[in-house]
Design a protein around this ligand. Structure first.
Ligand code: AMP
Length: 359
């Protein structure tokens, strides 16, 4: 049995070895923890800064047993880890945070919106459809246009298609893969915002200031934080975060993507049960960033302060853009974070910069 708070010298397991795992591992190291990373591929961004590397599929019982042997507590860096892997680790006696329920909900857009509405959190109107005919009926019921998204495994705008008329629904269903989908009413938003929040093992909740996010081709390009929002909007986001975290009995950091409607009402687009790209600004804008916060939460430590001490523009470095590292490193207001990825394929997230200004 793991006792909390977990003392320094303990080992934190991370499912997933990409850049989020790397930044989690670096934060864990700062607090005196060792890290064990499980990833299907050897030598990824996280394992190269971690004490232990376990190579195997997320549902490989031998790899999970090895992680359970090494780690005192396990967390994850991306939400497509099979929920069964989390349940398996829990059966082996290792606490996993956030839990299997948060993971399962975030993996399925219909479950996610159903959960959110049940927790008193508003989303766009939606309808599930498991086949082409059901998709047509769903568009007819919701009204066109409607946005079709695969229920599972969609990210960065992949697996999505606008349906302009109910008659186009069947073709769209095939185009996004012929698998179960969700149809969403259009969100008539003026801005996309997000809020990063955390809940500790004692139920304490800490919420960062909101970020305003700009996407290009479905991928996050820039975040501005703290976002210029009214006190009412900030309070609304804090209320939404607290409702979600409490309803899930959550432990860890969560990323909540929001649509801001004209008039200031917020709808939740989606939740990510992990540290989030729109929270990277906290690395240089806050005393305790989202990565350290996640480690603190899962280790049962007190949560850190979340207020901003600087204004930050976060810019993702995609593909070849990270090659400008020498120039970027020479800009006094720019903090540069590189993920150690060996191949810069077009659009791949290779790093980010945080440009600071006084608040
Ligand atoms: P998602 O994969 O759900 O994060 O969606 C990717 C992007 O598509 C979002 O960041 C929005 O810009 C846009 N989007 C998603 N859902 C809707 C919606 N219901 N109405 C309008 N735009 C949307």
């Amino acid at each position: 049995m793991t006792a909390f708070p977990l003392p320094p010298g303990s080992t934190i397991g991370i499912l997933g070895g990409g850049q989020l795992g790397r930044m989690l591992a670096l934060a864990a190291g700062r607090l005196g923890f060792d890290v064990a990373v499980l990833d299907p591929e050897a030598g990824g961004p996280a394992s190269r800064v971690s004490a232990y590397e376990v190579v195997g599929a997320y549902d490989d019982p031998a790899a999970l047993a090895e992680l359970a042997r090494l780690a005192d507590v396990v967390t994850f860096e991306f939400e497509n880890v099979p929920a069964a892997a989390v349940e398996h680790l829990t059966r082996l006696g290792v606490p996993v945070a956030p839990g299997a329920r948060a993971l399962a909900i975030a993996q399925d857009r219909v479950e996610e919106k159903t959960f959110l509405n049940g927790a008193g959190v508003a989303t766009v109107a939606f309808a599930p459809a498991d086949d082409a005919e059901a998709a047509r009926e769903a568009v007819a019921a919701l009204g066109a246009p409607a946005l079709m998204k695969t229920r599972r495994e969609g990210y960065d705008g992949k697996g999505q298609k606008w349906v302009e008329h109910a008659a186009e629904a069947a073709a769209a269903f095939e185009a996004v893969g012929g698998k179960p989908v969700i149809l969403e009413a259009p969100a008539d938003f003026v801005r996309e915002l997000s809020v990063i929040a955390a809940r500790g093992r004692d139920g304490e909740i800490a919420v960062y200031p909101m970020a305003e996010n700009h996407h290009e081709k479905g991928v996050l390009r820039r975040s501005f934080a703290p976002a210029d929002v009214s006190a009412e909007t900030a309070a609304q986001a804090e209320r939404i975060a607290a409702q979600i975290l409490s309803a899930l009995d959550y432990v860890g950091v969560i990323g909540i993507e929001l649509f801001e409607l004209k008039g200031g009402r917020l709808l939740v687009n989606e939740i990510a049960p992990r540290v989030h790209n729109t929270g990277h600004w906290t690395m240089d804008g806050c005393e305790v960033d989202q990565f350290e916060q996640q480690i603190r939460a899962v280790a049962g430590w007190p949560l850190g302060p979340t207020h901003a001490h600087s204004r930050v523009e976060m810019l993702n470095l995609l593909g070849q853009e990270a090659e400008a590292w020498a120039k970027l490193a020479g800009e006094p207001e720019t903090r540069i974070h590189l993920y150690g990825k060996r191949e810069a394929t077009p659009g791949r997230k290779m790093g980010h910069v945080n440009r600071l200004r006084p608040l």
